[in-house]
Design a protein around this ligand. Structure first.
Ligand code: V0D
Length: 250
């Protein structure tokens, strides 16, 4: 992989043996990126997809095991129909160009969220991507689509009650039992959450799973987010991890 001098410089400060296994990202700031350039919001989203392409490639190169990207929330349905239509064309666009490379690089595409609420065409395009990469054993590329964390938790509770009533599980429910009912069942919790676009909020993303994660915020808009920012986030993550490991004053 060809890196710029600035990227090399940050990479040298990173311990390649302690790369966060699971990185989650809230990709915010596309609309403001576009407005500041006098462009329609769709231009921000289109540029945002370019960022996704490179972040996926680079995450895989760094050895990140799971990358979870918040692409569309259950609250995003309140946006204008025109914007929603454009957003819904992006999964197919992305997969059309990237799928061969994802397959070649052993990346497994997964989905978290409610697929029932998605238009049929979007679901079909995504199912194709899921099927084509289902047997891959490398990085998991997890798209959160029509996702909301409270809804995820409520659905988990509903499914758990159903299984209890049917006698499929023991009434002694613990954290592990519960986590197995979430969309993220089988995945490690995120070590690091990155949010671009300047807001310092979780916004109904992975509420349960982020309990112990490092949170990293940047004012940089998602379309401007690049390798040096991801490297900086990982470098900061490793600094914080090192500090927490020590007794105070050590
Ligand atoms: C727009 C910035 C990739 C955030 C990134 C439907 C908003 C670009 C996907 C994608 C979106 C989703 C599923 C999949 C493959 C690709 C995507 C949406 C928005 C919402 F299987 N980028 N992207 N999906 N944006």
């Amino acid at each position: 992989m060809q890196l710029k001098p600035r990227e090399e410089e940050i990479l040298r400060k990173i311990d390649r043996r302690r790369i966060p296994a699971h990185v989650a990202m809230i990709m915010d700031g596309n609309g403001r990126w576009a407005r500041e350039r006098g462009l329609p919001r769709s231009a921000g989203h289109r540029q945002g997809v370019e960022t996704v392409r490179d972040v996926v490639r680079f995450s895989n190169y760094l050895g990140i095991k799971v990358l979870t990207l918040f692409a569309f929330s259950t609250e995003n349905w309140h946006r204008p129909a025109q914007e929603i239509n454009f957003l819904m064309s992006l999964p197919e666009q992305y997969l059309q160009t990237e799928l061969p490379e994802l397959v070649k690089n052993n990346v497994r595409v997964q989905l978290i969220g409610d697929p029932e609420g998605l238009p049929g065409q979007v679901r079909r395009a995504i199912n194709e991507g899921l099927a084509a990469t289902a047997k891959n054993s490398g990085m998991v590329l997890n798209f959160a689509l029509n996702y909301g964390a409270r809804m995820e938790i409520v659905r988990a509770v509903q499914a758990l009650i159903r299984d209890l009533q049917q006698g499929k599980i023991e009434p002694s429910v613990n954290e592990a039992t519960f986590a197995a009912y979430l969309y993220t069942a089988g995945l490690p919790d995120p070590d690091l959450l990155i949010r671009t676009g300047g807001e310092h909020r979780i916004s109904n993303f992975l509420l349960w799973q982020l309990a112990y994660s490092e949170l990293w915020f940047t004012p940089v808009y998602w379309p401007d987010f690049c390798r040096q920012h991801l490297l900086q986030a990982i470098s900061d993550f490793q600094q914080r991890e090192r500090r927490y490991g020590k007794i105070s004053g050590e």
